[in-house]
Design a protein around this ligand. Structure first.
Ligand code: ATR
Length: 289
């Protein structure tokens, strides 16, 4: 147990619920390993107290906060400033103390990108298919545009929602070099070439306890996929990942994204740079927690 003193800086997570979070493992281990006098806790905040919580955290000289479900959009109204990527995505998961208030960032998508880099998966000039068209899928789409994917296909149960985020995303795309499509799964299967796509599973389908589900259970879909990312980390191997592997692709879960969103937040709060070796050490600790 860390020695907490009068100089210890406090950071924490707000959300509801927060009891199962792995974020304290990430931040308290980083602080310990890097010798930084910082302590991280989780705060469950009721729906009608979000604004009070942020105001109170600032008044209490809290260094930084993470924000989780269901408040990632709600907190934007309480910020003094917002990073352009977070603004584009419309969701903030990290608050950084600045003079006059908290500045909001989104480290989830940079976290996914850094996890992909760690795995040797480079987005630039790639063909990517996104499963889902909710808030998370929209954020993934913005990240893919920013990182230079050349073709992005959105496949969603409700095609209208896929079309909506496609139209919005086009505003940010390089129209000469990037194509974005919203299609049905059948259309994707008939048009796409085999083993050319990175697939990103951005729905909550397949999450514990509904581990026998995937948003797409047609094996033909997986023939198109050379690498698959599920943003879910519980279970460790989702049905989506299993189907990617069974058809010969590489599959990854969302644990590394979770780790890197935390690492990037920690780097923003402290100005430290976290090495891949240390990231790996924390990943092992998260796996066994
Ligand atoms: P979030 O903001 O977390 O992304 P959301 O906005 O509720 O969550 O979006 C959930 C996504 O999961 C949607 O793309 C949804 O598809 P619909 O737009 O058709 O509702 C998708 N989804 C949820 N349950 C699904 C299921 N059983 N099969 C396929 N897709 C599903």
């Amino acid at each position: 147990m860390k020695d907490i003193s009068g100089t210890t800086r406090i950071c924490g997570l707000i959300g509801n619920p927060v009891e199962h979070t792995k974020s304290p493992i990430i931040h308290n281990t980083l602080a310990e390993e890097l010798g930084i006098d910082l302590c991280y806790g989780a705060f469950r905040v009721d729906d009608d107290k979000v604004e009070d919580a942020i105001k109170g955290a600032y008044a209490l000289n809290i260094l930084g906060m993470n924000v989780t479900v269901p408040y990632k959009s709600r907190v934007i109204a309480s910020l003094s400033d917002i990073d352009p990527l977070a603004k584009k995505i419309g969701a903030v998961n990290t608050l950084v103390r600045t003079e006059g208030g908290f500045k909001g960032y989104n480290t989830d998508m940079p976290g996914l990108y850094r996890a992909m880099c760690y795995d040797g998966v480079d987005i630039r000039n790639e063909k990517v298919v996104i499963l889902g068209a909710g808030g998370v899928a929209r954020a993934v789409l913005m990240m893919l545009i920013e990182k230079g994917a050349k073709e992005i296909v959105i496949v969603n149960r409700t095609i209208e929602k896929a079309r909506e985020i496609m139209e919005e995303a086009y505003k940010f795309a390089d129209r000469e070099r990037q194509s974005i499509k919203a299609v049905s799964v059948e259309e994707f299967i008939s048009d796409a070439s085999d083993k050319e796509y990175i697939a990103i599973q951005a729905t909550s389908v397949g999450m514990y306890p509904n581990v026998d589900c995937s948003p797409c259970e047609d094996p033909s879909f997986y023939e198109k996929v050379k690498a698959g990312y599920d943003l879910i980390f519980n279970p460790e191997e989702t049905l989506f990942m299993k189907m990617v592997r069974e058809s010969g692709g590489k599959a990854y879960n969302g644990l590394k994204m979770l780790l890197y969103q935390g690492i990037i937040a920690f780097e923003l709060w402290t100005g430290e740079k976290v090495s891949d070796d240390l990231a790996d050490k924390i990943l092992q600790k998260m796996k066994h927690s």
